[in-house]
Write a protein that binds this ligand. Structure first.
Ligand SMILES: NC(=O)c1ccc[n+]([C@@H]2O[C@H](COP(=O)([O-])OP(=O)(O)OC[C@H]3O[C@@H](n4cnc5c(N)ncnc54)[C@H](OP(=O)(O)O)[C@@H]3O)[C@@H](O)[C@H]2O)c1
Length: 275
């Protein structure tokens, strides 16, 4: 697709990756309908991008709330003749040993990372299908193809999102709507708290700047492909995990003491793991 002909609905526009995507797409001439929960941050971003000449609309919305989604979809259907690209980028992370998570943390991450994009997709699809050329792009994660200790809830939602995108891609293969999944490795944003950053350092994980993800999004809009994972050797590990998961089990088992020590809150009881 020609980026300067796109009218893009971008969720999670107030976050680290979302802002980088918005800036990159605006610079390429896309018209942007930006959404996030923090209205003041959306307004600030819109002001900056409009000063650079971009066409921007904003709709503050909590995507786990049905009324907010309905309002967003109504705008998306009308704005500039209707959006033709949707980037499902909003998401939450919850890390820590699984038995230390609170009920609400599990409910919230499932609601934000999988229920909300599914509901939004269903509501947007009829209008997208009326467009001569349309794209749904989902923001996955490397942890959506390799379950990682300390991130069980997050991994579960990103595996689910990957399955959803794959099925949807096949279901709408003979329509004008293309479906794609982009899976970054670790990215330097506020999604990762200090414990996760400390783990990234201890495990020598590569951490990308958000602009790298924005570049990949632009490339995928220009030439849509079904799935893309960012980073080497991460792509190699994902392949090993698919073909010989027990090898990855063995390798990660050796790192469990490091993972536990980094992800256990300082005040937690090391035996019971509660804080
Ligand atoms: N950072 C990483 O290491 C990494 C790696 C792989 C994949 N990803 C994925 O990349 C995407 C963006 O993450 P990020 O790193 O940019 O995180 P971030 O800086 O924390 O931003 C998250 C964004 O999601 C929005 N959001 C969260 N819950 C929402 C809800 N209920 N309703 C509406 N919006 C909601 C936030 O809105 P408000 O801020 O306005 O509340 C914010 O705009 C996520 O899907 C994440 O899983 C991130």
């Amino acid at each position: 697709m020609n980026i300067d002909k796109t009218r893009v609905l971008l969720t999670g526009a107030t976050g680290g990756i979302g802002q980088a995507i918005a800036e990159r797409l605006a610079a390429e001439g896309a018209a942007l309908l930006l959404t996030g929960r923090r209205a003041s941050e959306l307004e600030r971003l819109a002001r900056v991008l409009r000063e650079r000449g971009a066409t921007i609309a904003i709709v503050p919305a909590d995507l786990t709330v049905a009324a907010d989604r309905a309002e967003l979809c109504a705008v998306a259907a009308q704005w500039q003749g209707g959006v033709n690209v949707v980037i499902h980028n909003a998401g939450l992370n919850v890390s820590g040993l699984f038995d230390t998570l609170a009920d609400a943390e599990i409910d919230d991450i499932v609601a934000a990372n999988i229920s909300a994009p599914m509901q939004l997709t269903r509501a947007l699809l009829p209008d997208l299908r009326a467009q001569p050329n349309a794209l749904m792009l989902f923001m996955g994660s490397g942890f959506g193809a390799l379950g990682y200790p300390g991130f069980a809830a997050y991994s579960a939602t990103k595996f689910a999102l990957r399955g959803f995108a794959e099925a949807l891609r096949r279901e709408y293969a003979d329509t004008t709507v293309k479906v794609a999944l982009l899976s970054p490795r670790a990215v330097d944003t506020a999604l990762n708290d200090d414990r996760v950053r400390s783990l990234q350092t201890a495990m020598r994980m590569k951490v990308d700047p958000p602009t790298r993800i924005a570049d990949a999004v632009v490339a995928m809009i220009r030439r849509p492909c079904a799935e893309r994972s960012i980073g080497w050797p991460e792509r190699f590990f994902l392949r090993v995990n698919r073909l010989a998961p027990s090898m990855v089990d063995g390798s990660l088992r050796k790192h469990l003491p490091t993972i536990r020590s980094r992800l256990t809150p300082a005040t937690a009881d090391p035996i019971r793991g509660d804080s």
